[in-house]
Design a binder for this molecule. Structure first.
Ligand SMILES: [Zn+2]
Ligand SMILES: [Zn+2]
Ligand SMILES: [Zn+2]
Length: 144
């Protein structure tokens, strides 16, 4: 075994502390869309500009958002990003997922079906998981 340098160890620590969200940020889901009928004006989220995941719609202005993006707006602004309602009176309805299929961000040979709703799971379960993510201890996303 070769001698380890301090810089190697720091690098390893960095990798171990990556979360799925850190990896997520490296891949833009829009560029991974496989479905040819994808239309960002119909299926895209206004906040992250990517295919909406677990889509929800503002009951007032009909704005479409990912569930997680809507949760963030709810926490930060307590209303629709379009400011269509008064503070604290924002109502959302759940939409059926659009079945927008995505390509695997890691490898073209991956044949798994991936959707915006399963994308995060795929980032850690893909059989083509890149070497540099092998040691990542994936944090549970619900635990913040
Ligand atoms: Zn979004
Ligand atoms: Zn609205
Ligand atoms: Zn894959």
């Amino acid at each position: 075994m070769r001698k380890r340098h301090v810089s190697d160890i720091i690098l390893e620590l960095d990798i171990t502390m990556l979360s799925v969200n850190d990896i997520r940020k490296k891949y833009d889901k829009t560029s991974l869309v496989k479905s040819s009928d994808y239309d960002e004006h119909i299926h895209g989220c206004m906040i992250c500009m990517e295919p909406a995941s677990f889509p929800v719609r503002c009951t007032t202005c009909k704005l479409l958002l990912c569930k997680s993006c809507a949760d963030k707006c709810m926490k930060q602004m307590r209303r629709c990003p379009k400011k269509c309602t008064e503070d604290g009176k924002w109502k959302l309805m759940q939409e059926k997922p659009f079945n927008i299929e995505l390509n695997c961000p890691y490898d073209k040979r991956c044949e798994e079906k991936i959707f915006p709703e399963t994308f995060n799971d795929h980032l850690r379960s893909c059989s083509f998981l890149p070497e540099e993510y092998r040691n990542v201890k994936f944090e549970d996303e619900l635990k913040k």
